[in-house]
Design a protein around this ligand. Sequence first.
Ligand code: NAP
Length: 484
Amino acid sequence: MVSRVIPVDAFDLVIFGSTGDLARRKILPGLFRRFQSGQMPDSARVIGAARGDLTDESFRALAATAIAEFVPKARQDDAVIGQFLEKLSYVTIDASGEGGWPALKARMRDGVVRAFYFSVAPALFGDLAERLHLHGIADSASRIVVEKPFGRDLQSARALNSVLAKHFTEAQIYRIDHYLGKETVQNLMAVRFANILFEPLWKSEYIDHVQITVAETVGVQGRGAYYDKSGAMRDMVQNHMMQLLCLIAMEPPYHFDPNAVRDEKLKVIRALQPVGPQDIVRGQYLKAGGEGGYLDHSGNPASRTESYIALKVQVANWRWQGTPFYLRTGKRLRARASEIAITFKEPPHSIFDDAQGWRENVLVIRLQPDEGMNLMVMIKEPGPGGMRLMQVPLDMSFAEALGDEAEDVPDAYERLIMDVIRGNQTLFMRGDEVEAAWAWTDPIIAAWENRGDRPQGYDPGSSGPEDALMLMHKDGRRWREIKG
Ligand code: NAP
């Protein structure tokens, strides 16, 4: 299979926060990979900006180190790295100060796409937007890219939206949720809307329930103080998991067009029912084997912040009446695994009995570690042993389908940055979506805070708190095993 790489238009991309963790781990290596694939045109320029007193040369050295560390060794070619580094330059700028802006303006070229990546703390978004405007650096065709967290509640998200809206229209704002840039997540839309097979069954009449799992093995060490103000609900559910849920639950958009897709996602968020305490389990990982627990890592011995959450969510519309969505995410769990599993109902009348080994059809969409899809179907067990059934996966693993090219599948950040340059907002969250997601999340958080609920402890390396098992058991269902 030969994948097509279509170069994007010439651009000037300014990365504010270009010396930070995100720039080093994702943005710079991602840009390099797109350059290497031929997608980034020769005329593209990347301008780093931060307060640090770097020269063009020292910024290139920082980028070279980032590429050496975060690009697979087999993909590191010194000649190509050298050509890429020539596209990089650096300007010292304090987002909230006045120095450096004229120098940045002087570097910008006319007649190319101008994009500004705000890879800095959200408290600086307003300052950056203001100064880009004041100094005449951003024009009405420029694009800005903003990172999560987009607020910590509805009020702060609205404030951020209005700060950006002072100088940029919604069509210029690209709010990143890197889950939407994952190959399988987009494939979910292709599978749903480019095939006749699934959509007729895609409703409560045929789907028993949906499970969405995002499990991590790491704890919050290193970012404990930040995380303690956030927790799993704000850090994962309000954004990434909500986006996944939307893509499964949304109606077919009239076209694969940014606003058509985002309109349908918004309707899903608005249809989410409030979640009561009986349908939520929150957890905190405990100490184990000489390693600190959440309370040690967060630095707050009285913390009530959850490092794990499981919820049963209902989408109140005709399509999903009676089909629950079970969401769970947590840190220090058994394995690093993210997946969506759609479990179908039993056939209306079975001609086989239980002893013959019937099991449900399940469509599993795996986001990590190995992206791909599996459809679990029943077949006859081969051999002369009579009619015994067995479940087998129809495997749609990317690694196998793409062979050597699987390595070239762009990482979520690479794809999303190229979409910014192309001016395609389909995989970015719109302001009203983010606000609607907070409007659903806020009362749930307020309720547990008002009750003073404490999260339940769970053992590191387990699949989460005991009560989370009950959340499904009481409905006669089971969580899928968390497997890496
Ligand atoms: P970081 O490692 O703390 O880096 C922050 C960057 O911003 C540095 O380059 C810093 O350089 C620059 N900076 C700080 N204050 C500045 C100012 N006043 N003016 C100009 N530049 C300034 O942070 P990060 O982890 O890269 O995160 C950046 C953003 O991405 C944050 O909003 C974060 O929430 C979000 N994010 C990060 C990740 C991740 O994996 N790291 C994931 C998702 C979202 P100087 O100090 O030299 O100015």
